[in-house]
Design a protein around this ligand. Structure first.
Ligand code: ADP
Ligand code: MG
Length: 255
């Protein structure tokens, strides 16, 4: 079981889109996949075709030890992967968990009994370096960082890289950066190509070969509760995420 956190403390950079589409593409390739929604906004839950308002149990109960993974998980009816869903309840978990022992290890411990059940576990982190994200980073073997190739992209990256280093040093020796994924790429913008080249120079083969273009079909898919890779398989964005799934399957063989 390979556990990856999809993280970037900035909002709107493509974390959820990446998590949902990677999960669906991996599942379509026959990989047993679990998506963990760790964002109280529940966007990955909705985008997977599960109504966050109707949940009996969610990741919230699992983190607080009130339910097991088996009791709280469901299946994405459209994406064919398992889903540990989230909704607004999760916003309270942050405060309630402060009282608990080993509060940053709650997700790791919930996943531990399922080592043989999944090939991939993908954790959609919230846009912060909070206790929720820390649970994601402590549970994971690696971090996938989606980013837009904008002027300030590299600046924001250093906070995340430092957090990952600290978690690696103090809490989770397994943790490493698996790679940086360039998303919402505008092929016509010169700046994008410049930042992209800078990324490759700085991070070398930590930069995934796949580049996900800006593609309207990927943005439309969540309102139908269908992962973009299945919503319009031939769209450029869908094809990019399919290619990214293949790249991930290859990449884990070297881990
Ligand atoms: P995050 O989870 O980091 O906040 P999202 O995945 O929710 O980011 O993406 C933010 C917005 O950008 C969403 O409306 C999403 O549909 C849109 N989006 C994400 N990736 C793409 C893309 N490659 N092309 C077009 N729109 C995208
Ligand atoms: Mg999100």
């Amino acid at each position: 079981m390979h556990i990856f956190a999809i993280a970037n403390q900035k909002g709107g950079v493509g974390k959820t889109t990446t998590t949902v589409n990677l999960a669906a593409a991996l599942a379509a390739s026959g990989q047993r996949t679990l998506l963990v929604d760790l964002d109280p906004q529940g966007n990955a839950t909705m985008g997977s075709g599960v109504d966050k308002r109707g949940l009996e149990k969610s990741v919230y109960q699992v983190l607080l030890g009130l339910a097991s993974l088996v009791e709280a998980r469901t299946t994405s009816p459209t994406g064919k992967f398992d889903l540990l869903p989230a909704n607004r309840d999760l916003a309270g978990a942050e405060v309630e968990m402060v009282e608990l022992e080993r509060r940053e290890m709650r997700l790791k411990e919930a996943l531990a009994p399922h080592d043989a059940d999944y090939d991939f576990v993908l954790i959609d982190c919230p846009p912060s370096l909070s206790l929720l994200t820390l649970n994601g980073l402590c549970a994971a073997h690696g971090v996938v960082i989606p980013m837009q190739c904008e002027y300030y992209a590299l600046e924001g990256l250093s906070d995340l890289v430092n957090t990952i280093k600290k978690v690696h040093a103090n809490l989770n020796r397994d943790l490493k950066i698996i790679g940086l994924l360039r998303v919402m790429f505008d092929t016509r913008a010169t700046l994008g190509h410049q930042v992209s080249a800078e990324l490759e120079q700085h991070f070398g083969d930590k930069v995934f070969k796949t580049i996900v273009p800006r593609n309207i079909r990927l943005a439309e898919a969540p309102s139908y509760g269908i992962p973009g890779v299945l919503f319009d398989k031939m769209a450029k964005g869908a094809q990019a995420y399919q290619a990214f799934a293949s790249e991930m399957i290859e990449r884990v063989k070297t881990i």
